[in-house]
Design a protein around this ligand. Structure first.
Ligand code: FAQ
Length: 329
């Protein structure tokens, strides 16, 4: 359990202390970073632990859809690039677990929450990767959506999360270009390759647009997270930015976004999109997507098979730990 009552070894005066709350909000409003040992409201800590751990889980589970194509990449060069990308996602998960640990939760507890299905991870990773073009579509659309969401998180009020996001965004940006390059080659290729690219866009477009979370009216955390400057933009704002950036990229490839209502709205200065199936989104979030069961089972198996590595690392750390100095009586 994480120690909500103890901060920097001192008793937390409690979430309702109006003076501390006002001082805390003043620091946020002044764009100061909140650091691990600083006083913070229990609800701020809880929100960050929830969001950062879900984000970490998403990166770790997110290795699986692309991992599925490592052994079937079409060339050695593509295989090397994909291997590096999947490793990057694993690294992001590890930075994020480390950032969450600064808030007082143990990594084992977060892992337990993932393995038992108690914790959420991004809906997008519960869809299958059926062809090589899906690898291009994930880089282009999923990493593209992830960057749109994560660039503002580099200015998140919690210092350790904001700093972790800076490096993550640099890597995600490279992944997005790599994915778009895969799509470009397929779109310029033989008719069968163009068809693969279009089919991947057809299947990944809507889940990527929904990845930003429920519409603002149904987002339970946005209002408070915006006040705390954990979130800088609402889910719908970021979704719109993604659509505006990505529709022209599809047009450049002469691919068609699978939404008959998607068109430029001159008056708004944005692309409109058709209604999204939020029932499907919630079904996937709650475990009913095409790949939820397989993703969790694969993670549970990997965790069990990795037990000997964790034991060996712990034994090595214990062996090399500095001996405790025992005070002379
Ligand atoms: N999937 O009130 P809100 C990546 C949940 S990383 C599942 O709006 P919030 C890299 C939400 O947790 C992708 N659940 O929540 C990569 C909440 O449930 P709770 C992950 C979702 O937190 C690329 C409830 O709905 N990125 O892709 C989703 O204010 C390629 C109500 O929602 C991050 O995690 C969803 N899509 O806003 C890896 C970024 N959306 O907790 C491999 C950090 C919402 O009350 C390959 N996170 N929910 O039970 C965030 O920015 C925010 O947490 C949001 C959601 C925007 C995701």
């Amino acid at each position: 359990m994480y120690s909500q009552g103890l901060i920097g070894g001192q008793a937390d005066p409690g979430p309702d202390d109006p003076v501390l709350l006002a001082l805390f909000q003043a620091r946020i409003d002044a764009e100061e970073k909140i650091e691990a040992g600083d006083w913070m409201p229990a609800a701020y800590r809880k929100t960050l632990i929830r969001q950062i751990s879900q984000h970490a889980h998403s990166e770790i589970i997110g290795m699986q859809p692309e991992g599925n194509w490592l052994a079937r990449a079409p060339t050695l060069r593509r295989k090397a690039a994909l291997l590096a990308k999947v490793q990057d996602e694993g690294g992001h998960g590890l930075y994020l677990y480390a950032a969450a640990e600064t808030l007082g939760i143990a990594r084992e507890e977060m892992q337990e929450q993932l393995l038992t299905g108690a914790a959420k991870y991004s809906s997008i990773f519960n869809y299958p990767t059926l062809s090589w073009a899906d690898i291009g579509a994930i880089g282009w659309l999923v990493d593209g959506a992830a960057i749109m969401n994560q660039i503002p998180l580099c200015r998140c009020s919690y210092g350790p999360y904001a700093r972790a996001m800076i490096r993550v965004c640099k890597e995600e940006s490279f992944h997005q270009r790599q994915g778009y390059e895969v799509m470009t080659r397929l779109a310029e290729g033989a008719p069968v390759q163009r068809a693969m690219a279009q089919d991947a866009l057809n299947r990944w477009w809507t889940p990527a647009v929904m990845m930003f979370g429920p519409p603002d009216g149904a987002s339970t955390h946005s209002d408070q997270s915006m006040i705390w400057k954990i979130k800088r933009f609402t889910n719908d704002d970021l979704r719109q930015r993604f659509v505006d950036a990505t529709v022209p990229q599809a047009a450049y490839l002469s691919l068609t976004v699978p939404d008959p209502d998607c068109r430029w709205n001159e008056a708004r200065g944005h692309y409109d999109i058709g209604p999204l199936d939020w029932d499907e989104f919630w079904r996937v979030v709650k475990g009913g997507g095409p790949m939820n069961r397989e993703r969790l089972n694969a993670r549970r198996a990997a965790h069990a098979e990795g037990a000997w590595v964790r034991e060996a690392a712990a034994a090595y750390a214990a062996k090399h730990a500095k001996p405790q100095v025992v005070a002379a009586e």
